[in-house]
Ligand binder design. Structure first.
Ligand code: DNO
Length: 356
């Protein structure tokens, strides 16, 4: 595996490439053109500038998170053709620039959903948290406003204010889209882009829905082993793969994470590894990466990745906000650096003990 850190670009991130470079074992970042609008083709100049900036700091780009999918593609409206063409152009340009992994999601309206961005834990750190009863009582149009105050002045991915201003309109667009339709539209999209992925050796890595169930009555399909295996089979090409995100699949305690990883051998192109602490099955908060701080066995997760021969990029996922840092919730430097060091330690131990 290749340890990386997510970086939002010098315009948006409080963390610098110079800081990332000093985290032991991190030689690459996962980044994106954060100002790009879903549906637009990325320009070669912008991709090159992003690459040059990262490389000038002594790092490389291990992949893109995300090239976002325009709603027309998810909904399956006639104008999706143009957006798919644009997506293909972006993939071609990324491939030409030597970038071979693209993370994306197929979630309607909301990307990830949390009810709190700064819940205080007993150690004084603050973390993102989710409570189902709060979601059930909330008007989806108010979701953004209810958490916006805790964003520390940053623009959170998937929660861009322009997009949130259109929530009502977006809900209306998805009114005839159920799980089956969403699967169908995903299949259509993947079949169209696979020839380009084959040509440029681009691994597509779908991110799970977070949380891994329907919120606000919207369809959500990338939620469990059955559905993800269905997706792998419906477009049976190794370039059609997965971002294995432990913190997203893990929101549903019925998902057996190591078993899911083993069932996806050869199709995991990217891993997000983080821990959650469940207070009840419908109330959880994000914990430190260390197994004993949360509810997951991180050794078993890393061991399963090792056992399937995972060689792709991995990143510590959301960190707690600690040591007074003010950053995008989940994406500060300190706790993610601790996470990277811990995951690297687990990996070294697994590699060494397996070769004895
Ligand atoms: C949240 C992230 C997601 C993820 C997208 C992928 O922290 O894990 O926003 O990047 O769903 O497209």
């Amino acid at each position: 595996m290749q340890m990386t850190l997510r970086w939002y670009g010098s315009k948006h991130d409080t963390v610098t490439l110079e800081q990332i470079r000093q985290i032991p074992g991190v030689k690459s970042v996962i980044t994106t053109l954060y100002d790009s609008v879903p549906g637009e083709a990325w320009s070669l100049e912008d991709i090159r500038a992003m690459k040059q900036e990262v490389e000038a700091a002594g790092l490389t780009i291990a992949g893109i998170e995300s090239v976002n999918i325009h709603d027309a593609i998810k909904i399956g409206s006639p104008d999706r053709e143009q957006y798919i063409e644009n997506y293909i152009t972006t993939l071609e340009r990324l491939g030409q620039e030597g970038i071979h992994m693209v993370c994306y999601n197929f979630m309607p309206v909301f990307d990830w959903t949390r009810t709190e961005l700064a819940r205080k834990r007993p150690d004084g750190s603050t973390v993102l948290a989710y409570n189902q009863a709060t979601v059930d009582a909330l008007d989806p149009e108010k979701m953004f406003d209810s958490i916006a105050g805790d964003m520390n002045g940053t623009v959170m991915p998937g929660w861009e204010p322009e997009r949130m201003a259109r929530v009502k309109e977006l809900f209306a667009l998805y009114k005839d889209v159920d799980d089956e339709k969403l699967f169908e539209n995903l299949k259509y999209f993947l079949e169209r882009i696979m020839p380009t992925c084959d040509k440029y050796d681009i691994n597509m890595a779908i991110h799970p829905d977070d949380p891994a169930w329907s919120v606000f009555g919207l369809p959500r399909i990338i939620i469990n082993k059955d559905n993800i295996l269905r997706m792998m089979k419906m477009v049976d090409n190794p370039h059609n793969g997965v971002t294995f995100c432990s913190g997203s699949y893990g929101t549903n305690l019925e998902n057996n994470l190591p078993d899911m990883i083993r069932s996806l051998k050869g199709r995991i192109h990217f891993a997000h590894v983080r821990n959650l602490k469940f207070n009840t099955p419908t109330d959880f908060e994000e914990a430190a990466h260390l197994s004993s701080d949360g509810s997951f066995d991180m050794y078993e997760i890393m061991k399963a990745l090792y056992d399937i021969g995972f060689e792709g990029p991995i990143r510590p996922d959301h960190g707690r906000m600690i040591w007074g840092e003010v950053a995008m919730p989940g994406y500060g430097l300190y706790d993610r650096a601790l996470g990277a060091a811990y995951l690297n330690g687990l990996w070294e131990a697994i590699v060494k003990s397996s070769s004895k």
